[in-house]
Design a protein. Sequence first.
Length: 147
Amino acid sequence: MINLYDKYILPKVSNAVCGTKPVMRQREKVVPLATGRVLEIGVGSGLNFKYYNPENVNELLALDPSEEMWTLVKNNLGEQNIDLKFIKGVAENMPIDDRSVDSIVITYSTIPDYHAAIEEFRRVLKSSGSIIFCEHGLSPDKSVRRC
């Protein structure tokens, strides 16, 4: 049975919330640091794509479990000239070769089993590679937490 909320509503709401100006400013700070063969975890609707530097990135592996989110990618692709490959999957069990990735980018992704995901990051990342992330968490400000 198709969950209409997950298929039609959640992708658009996530894209709107994750595309706000403060969030996009944070993406703009970290995403350009990626180099080489890049694996983006939880690519969603591709909000990071415009921040990759095509002079530094030769391939982008875009991992996400939601094919519905991918339908929004065309709106966020921009004019990037980067070899882009979509991979349906989750961070805890990635169909990526061992030691084959130069950079892993994670921004505002929800990973249910982060212990398993970290083991996968270790497996796929080259020894000289880097993990670049910007994540959300519990705010120290009570009024923000309440919201």
